[in-house]
Design a protein around this ligand. Structure first.
Ligand SMILES: [Zn+2]
Length: 507
């Protein structure tokens, strides 16, 4: 792409990717920083994307036997103390409620009063509070498996925040399940990771790598953490979902016991798994371009913007009646089980302004209707995956089939494009110097987009992992499930290794 071409977003990706990301969100009017430090306001266009994510995932959870429930936002400190590793993992980012009342301070202000006997932690994750309920709900093997999901908000006191990617409060779902056997809990952990991978592919058009986290990257308190990792356009990885096998750790700390088939009391096996509004950050960074947001049609809040064009009041009337009739017809459409939503944009703005407004919001298709089109019973249609000025004339009769076919084709096209990008930026690296060169930007003051995923050997030693993280800010994203047994030598220490893992810089 030529540098002097005019773009709707300034700066463009290759100039300053981090700033480009903020500007895409602003231009699409998806979210903004709130006055409350570290918290975001999710605006209607951004929230509608979250609702679409929720709807699709919720259906998948239902189909795999899960039911939704809701648990308290406040977690007594004593619950947290029961699982030592868990506490350590979250201690530094807890918001804590210590008082229950406000009183007049005598100077026209208020002071906090009514100190609680036990502080409450605003949930950073719900294993312990849900565990307390599960301990009451489970008494026999007949009560198992227990398959619960919660849609909720979460608070983690982050110091450095970024819209959607890292905020002090965010939205998510957390699945929590209880099983009779270790094998069943393991199967559940893998199954839900599969659900996430399928969802990422089919709805977000996001190719992901499924794998296992290393010991140092796993969830605090888990035995094993599985994850899906996606590549963003700056070649960094973004962890897009995790599924944890918790063994009996939380069952023991919360007292989740059941009477087994032979009458003995045993601790159950539990799992937890989650995805969050971070997925919206992934969507933006995987697909958007220098003209703004690009949305895979299956997750877009609306699919077609109709832009009437006219010069006089007479023309206005004729064009609008034609546009309204068309809107009514197109509203009936669906593609791949998703209802098509239409935006009829008759605002008092130039057609160019209205076109750019929808381009920046990532609406998949734009339809222009002018007096000449009415005469020919045609419309001009433009696709978000083509150049902004690239328009074609379509007969109105052909429009319904054109729209549903094109939306499907765009969905598939975005997935393929992201897949090709990931493949082009993934390589096997076996030489340590090459590995260090690969992850060192040429300009350290303003690093260019560099690196990517490296498939390299690792001996399994946490010290090597740590060394690479300290030297290059590169971490092991996962040990892919499909990594084959292969002899090699560790990219850091040179010792023998049996398989390659995925290294990358990450969000
Ligand atoms: Zn090593």
């Amino acid at each position: 792409m030529s540098k002097n071409k005019q773009t709707a977003i300034v700066p463009i990706r290759e100039e300053n990717y981090a700033e480009w990301y903020q500007q895409v969100i602003k231009a699409a009017d998806m979210a903004e920083n709130s006055e409350v430090r570290g918290c975001m306001v999710i605006k209607p266009w951004g929230y509608a994307i979250w609702e679409n994510i929720q709807r699709a995932l919720d259906t998948m959870f239902r189909e795999t036997g899960h039911r939704n429930a809701y648990f308290p936002i406040f977690i007594p400190k004593s619950y947290f103390e029961k699982e030592a590793e868990h506490v350590e993992g979250f201690a530094k980012e807890c918001a804590i409620v210590t008082h229950s009342r406000l009183e007049n301070d005598g100077q026209g202000g208020l002071k906090v009063a009514g100190e609680l006997t036990e502080p409450y932690i605003v949930r950073p994750t719900s294993e312990t509070i849900i565990g307390a309920s599960f301990a009451k709900w489970v008494s026999s093997y007949r009560d198992l498996p227990l398959l619960i999901n919660q849609w909720a908000n979460i608070v983690r006191w982050e110091m450095r925040t970024r819209l959607f990617l890292r905020t002090a409060e965010f939205l998510w779902q957390e699945g929590h399940t209880v099983h009779e056997t270790e094998a069943e809990a393991m199967e559940e952990t893998r199954k839900m990771l599969d659900v996430y991978a399928t969802f990422a592919k089919e709805y977000l058009a996001l190719p992901v790598i499924q794998g296992e986290k290393t010991e140092s990257e796993k969830f605090p308190g888990a035995v094993t953490t599985y994850c899906i990792e996606a590549m963003m356009q700056d070649k960094k990885a973004l962890q897009s979902g995790t599924s944890h096998f918790l063994g009996q750790n939380f069952a023991k700390s919360s007292g989740i016991k059941y009477q087994s088939r032979n009458g003995e009391f045993e601790y159950a096996w539990t799992t937890s798994w989650g995805v969050s509004t971070r997925l919206i950050g992934a969507l933006i960074m995987a697909h958007s371009d220098d003209n703004g947001l690009v949305l895979p049609p299956k997750i877009a809040p609306s699919h077609v913007a109709i832009i009437p064009i006219y010069r006089s009041e007479e023309e206005h009337e004729a064009v609008m009646s034609f546009a309204k009739e068309l809107e009514g017809k197109l509203k009936q459409l669906s593609f791949e089980g998703v209802k098509v939503y239409i935006e009829l944009d008759d605002r008092d703005l130039t057609s160019s302004e209205r076109n750019w407004y929808w381009i920046k919001r990532g609406i998949p298709l734009r339809i222009e209707i002018g007096p000449r089109d009415i005469a020919q019973n045609t419309v001009m249609i433009a696709r978000r995956d083509k150049e902004p000025r690239d328009k074609e004339s379509i007969a109105v009769d052909m429009l319904p089939s054109y729209i549903s076919e094109t939306l499907s084709a765009m969905q598939e096209g975005y997935y393929q494009r992201a897949l090709v990008f990931r493949e082009e930026n993934t390589k096997n690296i076996d030489d340590k110097d090459e590995f260090y060169r690969h992850y060192t930007p040429k300009n350290s003051k303003q690093p260019e987009i560099h690196g990517g995923f490296a498939n390299s050997h690792w001996c399994g030693d946490a010290a090597c992992e740590e060394q690479i993280k300290n030297d290059l800010k590169v971490s092991i994203r996962c040990i892919p499930f499909d990594a084959k047994e292969e002899k090699g030598s560790c990219i850091c220490c040179g010792k023998e290794s049996n398989r390659r893992v995925i290294f990358a810089k990450s969000y």
